[in-house]
Design a protein around this ligand. Sequence first.
Ligand SMILES: CC(C)(COP(=O)(O)OP(=O)(O)OC[C@H]1O[C@@H](n2cnc3c(N)ncnc32)[C@H](O)[C@@H]1OP(=O)(O)O)[C@@H](O)C(=O)NCCC(=O)NCCS
Length: 167
Amino acid sequence: MVGSYSLTPDCLAQSYGQRAKECPSPDSQITLVFSQDRPFDLIELEQLLVDVGWSRRPLRRVRKALDNSLLKVGLWRHDPKFPRLVGFARCTGDGVLEATVWDVAVHPLYQGNGLGKELMIYILELLKEMEIKRVTLFADPGVVDFYVGQGWELEPQGNRCCFWYAN
Ligand SMILES: CC(C)(COP(=O)(O)OP(=O)(O)OC[C@H]1O[C@@H](n2cnc3c(N)ncnc32)[C@H](O)[C@@H]1OP(=O)(O)O)[C@@H](O)C(=O)NCCC(=O)NCCS
């Protein structure tokens, strides 16, 4: 993987917030940035999640879910005028002891380049800074090995995890 590091620290902070970080890029022509501060265009965010195969959700509820989340991380393809959202993940939790990761997505055009892994590393670093002790997530069936390959442990014997669905 080739890194592209063309942004000055000032430009990085200005466009993506103080805690933004460049992400190793698979293409030297493309600069990728993780940000937990750059605001999302909800239509762009939902389109990304639809593009990875998920159902569209009412934007009003998505906005509320983001507002109530502990962390929202965007992976942006840098452009001085129009950065594009190419990856996303968010966490809910109490900010102290527990967190749960949701909506991990990398745009199909950017998948298979190690970006999903970098996204998870970035999120876990932020959660570690909060001294959160336990992080959980609910993997889609076809993605379990993506997490296991990064050291996540499967819930023992698959018999302690409970779900309740409203319909
Ligand atoms: C899952 C997802 C985030 C992975 O992103 P990505 O950028 O393609 O993943 P990476 O390139 O960083 O892959 C890292 C490693 O995981 C492996 N991997 C990637 N997707 C995988 C999958 N679905 N199942 C098993 N392993 C997978 C890769 O082969 C790679 O292995 P390596 O380190 O041995 O080379 C992305 O495919 C995606 O957005 N999928 C659709 C949405 C989704 O299912 N999200 C997860 C919901 S729980």
